[in-house]
Design a protein around this ligand. Structure first.
Ligand code: R5P
Length: 301
C-alpha cells in the first residue's frame, strides 16, 4: 500500500504514515499564481493499492479539487485501487433537499468522487448516518467517540454520578447514546433547538432530560460555535456548573475565539480531522489525534 497526501492536512497524513511505519509517497503539487493546481505522481504506482489523505476544510472547493486531481493522476498512472481518506467530508450538511429548489451538494461531491474511479472512502463522524447510503462505493464511517470516552473517564475518574452527556441538538442523540454505552450507561440529555434555516440563527432551545453538575456536550463539529455556546449557556441557566465540550471536526469558522472564554466552559476537545489555524487556537482547546484509528483501518485493507 502506498500513501499520498494532499496539502490540506499534512500533519495528519504524516502521523498516519508513521503509525504504519511508512513514508508518504512523492507527489508534485504545483500551485500556479492564480491558485490552480497541477498534480503529478512521481512514483511507479502501476498495480498498487494507494491511499490518498485529504481533508476538505477550510476551503472545501480547493481541497476537493486537489483530491480529484490526485485521484485522477493515480488512476491514469495505473493504480490498482484508490482509497480516499477524507477525515472531514465537506458539504455533508447539505445531504438532501431541505427547502424546495436547493442543490444536494453532498450528492454532487459523491458523483465526482465516484466518476473519478475512487474505490473506497474512509471518513469520520458524519453528520447523518444515512450519508454512506448515498454512495455506490463502500464508505467506512469511523468515529472519534472511543477517544472521547477515554478522556471522559480521565476527567471524571470513572465516577459518573454527577455527570451527564448532552447532545446539543436532536440530530446528535444517537451519538450520545453510543457514547453512553461505551461508558457503561452514563445518563444523557438532549437540547432541542430550533434554527432558522435561512439565517442559520438558533431561535429557541430547551433541555430534554436530566441536568447535572458536570455536562459533557458532544457534537460532530464546531463551526461558528453558536450551537455549543447556546447549549452551554442554557445548561448554566438550568444549574450546570462545568461544561466540557467534545466535537470531532474543528471547522472553526468563528471570527472571535473569545466566545469560548465563558467560565462555564472548562475545556474544548476536538480532533485533528482538520488542521487548525494557529490564530484559531485558544487556551482551553485540546486536540486529540485520530491517526491511529485510521492506521488501524488501513491495516485491514
Ligand atoms: C448541526 O446540526 C451540527 O450537528 C452542529 O451542531 C453544527 O453544525 C455546529 O455548527 P455551529 O458551530 O455553527 O453552531
Amino acid at each position: 500500500m502506498l500513501l499520498y497526501s494532499g496539502t490540506s492536512n499534512i500533519s495528519l497524513a504524516k502521523k498516519i504514515a508513521s503509525s504504519l511505519n511508512q513514508e508518504l509517497g512523492n507527489l508534485e503539487i504545483h500551485i500556479f499564481p492564480d491558485g490552480e493546481r497541477r498534480v503529478r505522481v512521481e512514483d511507479n504506482v502501476v498495480d498498487r493499492d494507494v491511499v490518498v489523505i485529504q481533508t476538505t476544510s477550510p476551503k472545501p472547493e480547493l481541497n476537493y479539487f486537489e483530491l480529484f486531481f490526485i485521484a485522477d493522476a493515480l488512476k491514469r498512472s495505473g493504480a490498482k485501487s484508490v482509497t480516499a481518506v477524507v477525515a472531514y467530508l465537506g458539504y455533508q450538511r447539505q445531504d438532501h433537499v431541505f427547502r424546495s429548489g436547493e442543490a444536494v451538494s453532498m450528492d454532487v461531491i459523491i458523483k465526482n468522487l465516484e466518476s473519478l474511479g475512487i474505490d473506497k472512502v474512509i471518513t469520520f463522524d458524519l453528520h447523518s448516518i444515512k450519508i454512506p447510503e448515498l454512495f455506490k462505493i463502500p464508505v467506512v464511517h469511523l468515529s472519534a467517540l472511543p477517544i472521547f470516552a477515554e478522556e471522559i473517564k480521565k476527567i471524571t475518574n470513572n465516577k459518573f454520578d454527577e455527570a451527564v452527556l448532552v447532545s446539543p441538538d436532536m440530530g446528535g442523540i444517537r451519538r450520545i447514546e453510543m457514547l453512553s454505552d461505551m461508558l457503561g450507561g452514563i445518563s444523557s440529555s438532549s437540547i432541542i433547538k430550533n434554527r432558522d434555516l435561512k439565517s442559520g440563527n438558533i431561535e429557541s432551545a430547551e433541555i430534554n432530560g436530566e441536568v447535572k453538575q458536570v455536562a459533557f456536550v458532544v457534537d460532530d463539529m464546531i463551526s461558528t460555535g453558536r450551537t455549543i455556546i447556546a447549549g452551554a449557556n442554557l445548561l448554566k441557566e438550568k444549574g450546570t456548573e462545568e461544561v466540557y465540550v467534545f466535537a470531532t471536526h474543528p471547522v472553526f469558522s468563528f471570527e472571535d475565539k473569545g466566545i469560548f472564554d465563558e467560565d462555564i466552559i472548562k475545556r474544548v476537545f476536538v480532533t485533528d480531522t482538520i488542521e487548525i489555524d494557529i490564530k484559531k487556537k485558544f487556551e482551553k482547546l485540546e486536540v486529540l489525534s485520530i491517526a491511529n484509528l485510521i492506521a488501524e483501518e488501513l491495516k485491514k485493507q
